[in-house]
Design a protein around this ligand. Structure first.
Ligand SMILES: Cc1cc2nc3c(=O)[nH]c(=O)nc-3n(C[C@H](O)[C@H](O)[C@H](O)COP(=O)(O)OP(=O)(O)OC[C@H]3O[C@@H](n4cnc5c(N)ncnc54)[C@H](O)[C@@H]3O)c2cc1C
Length: 423
């Protein structure tokens, strides 16, 4: 009897688990995902800023595994786990398992601020990135039409909450969009995104990175005209005003939220399974605490057993990829009757792009910045993209775009059905 492994979530963790097991005939694998495609989160800020197409960084699951007879895809969103029946319920049907692997990642955390949740613009998925792209382009059109200078200024204010890599990368790209594109194509607008605010509650940008990376990001973004506010947090967002913890406020129609994440909610597991940040508590083999045959991987899980990471691993792509691979090897060890290997994270470093030709790279023993760091960033972000065609297409697009400074995909598209009433 083949063992049925049910994997919920086809992100870095889920995909790498499947890739390592897809040729092992002892397993039958079903991937469940609410989308029909895998995507690459580190580059969605380039989709949001109209720099690249969503299809550059996404790939359909069915195509990805079309040559693997033991891998099936089920499109649906997890509703709950029923451990006693070894089944899960999704919004499109129930499925049973021998082993269940939960790898659904995280969602934006608004820290209980209801107005921020309702009105801020998160950027964690392709849909959110496309929504943000439309919002930015529509706001520019509105600013171009608006004769009232104060209103036009408010429309061009952009507030980014969160000074981690995503906030830094987004701020740099928006500043360059204002400099190279908005100035040329929107002659009615005088300011061209002159007021981009980047806000963080901590005393530094890129807090988990090296001092070199933090200072370089700060200086380069300042040079690009980004207004950086540190030691300040967002407290509310009312009547188009972002209220800050120091009592000040900023008028804007665009509050972009890159400030924090929380694990996706999983119903049906015992209370003891969930830990800090709503992450699922796992042992050194990624087995969820208080369950049998249920595992969690990647951003969704919290493993505190590794000595070097007593508070758990950072929620990074490499952690998810390595956990997916280790899990696959452990499933094979179970079948072979061998001793399981605990997960050990191999830290390969981190990096962030700040602006054109400028990035910062932290390797485990060495940090560097500038053009070489920028080339390294481009290379490292192409390698893990799924699909050879995507890698080539993105390399060509980047080459053309960085030289011309002028992507041509600034289309405001709202798919809708023609209702036949002439609208
Ligand atoms: C904007 C952004 C930029 C980032 N930049 C970097 C970076 O530069 N470097 C880095 O190392 N890390 C970066 N990260 C973090 C990195 O993307 C994550 O650590 C990594 O994606 C985690 O992988 P995962 O497989 O655990 O989850 P994810 O990649 O988030 O995948 C989760 C999958 O689960 C699916 N799913 C979610 N809910 C359900 C449900 N209810 N039912 C079914 N399916 C569901 C989703 O559709 C998705 O396919 C970034 C993240 C974001 C959002």
């Amino acid at each position: 009897m083949k063992k049925h492994i049910l994997i919920v979530g086809g992100g870095f963790a889920g995909i790498n688990l499947i890739k390592s097991l897809k040729n092992d005939k002892r397993f039958k694998i079903t991937l469940v995902d609410k989308n029909n495609y895998h995507f690459f989160p580190p580059l969605i800020y380039q989709v949001a800023t109209s720099f690249i197409e969503a299809s550059n960084i996404s790939y359909p699951f069915r195509k990805l595994f079309s040559d693997n007879k033991n891998v099936k895809f089920h499109m649906g969103s997890l509703v709950k786990v029923i451990p006693e029946d070894k089944t899960i319920e999704t919004d499109t049907g129930s499925l049973s398992y021998d082993y269940l692997v939960l790898a659904m990642g995280t969602e934006s955390n608004f820290f209980g601020m209801e107005n921020v949740r309702k009105c801020a613009l998160p950027m964690k998925s392709i849909e959110e990135a496309l929504y943000l792209r439309n919002h930015i382009l529509l706001t520019l059109e509105e600013a171009a039409r608006n004769k009232d200078i104060n209103e036009a200024e408010k429309l061009q204010n952009i507030v980014i909450a969160g000074g981690g890599p995503t906030g830094v990368e987004l701020a740099g790209m928006l500043a360059e969009m204002g400099r190279y594109i908005a100035k040329k194509e929107y002659p009615e607008i005088k300011l061209s995104f002159s007021s981009i605010y980047l806000i963080d509650a901590l005393p530094t940008l890129l807090s988990p990175m090296s001092r070199l990376a933090q200072e370089t990001a700060y200086e380069k973004l300042k040079e690009l005209g980004v207004k950086i506010l540190l030691n300040v947090s967002v407290k509310d967002y009312v009547d188009s005003k972002v209220i800050l913890s120091d009592g000040k406020s900023i008028e804007t129609e665009t509050l972009i939220w890159t400030s924090g994440v929380i694990g996706r909610e999983v119903h049906g597991l015992p209370e003891e399974s969930t830990g800090k940040g709503r992450r699922l508590m796992v042992d050194a083999y990624n087995k969820v605490q208080g369950t049998a045959n249920i595992y969690a991987l990647g951003d969704l899980c919290l493993m505190i057993s590794e000595e070097k990471y007593p508070k758990g691993h950072l929620q990074l792509a490499q952690v998810a990829i390595q956990q997916g691979k280790n899990m696959a090897a452990n499933f094979q060890r179970i079948e072979d009757g061998k001793v399981l290997e605990p997960f050990r994270y191999n830290d390969k470093g981190s990096m962030a792009i700040i602006s054109k030709y400028n990035a910062v790279v932290d390797l485990p023993k060495h940090s560097f910045k500038g053009f070489i760091a920028w080339l390294t960033w481009l290379f490292i972000h192409i390698i893990p993209l799924v699909g050879f065609g995507n890698k080539i297409q993105l390399a060509i697009d980047w080459f053309r775009l960085f030289i011309t400074n002028n992507p041509s995909i600034r289309l405001i598209l709202f798919p809708k059905r023609n209702t036949g009433n002439g609208q």
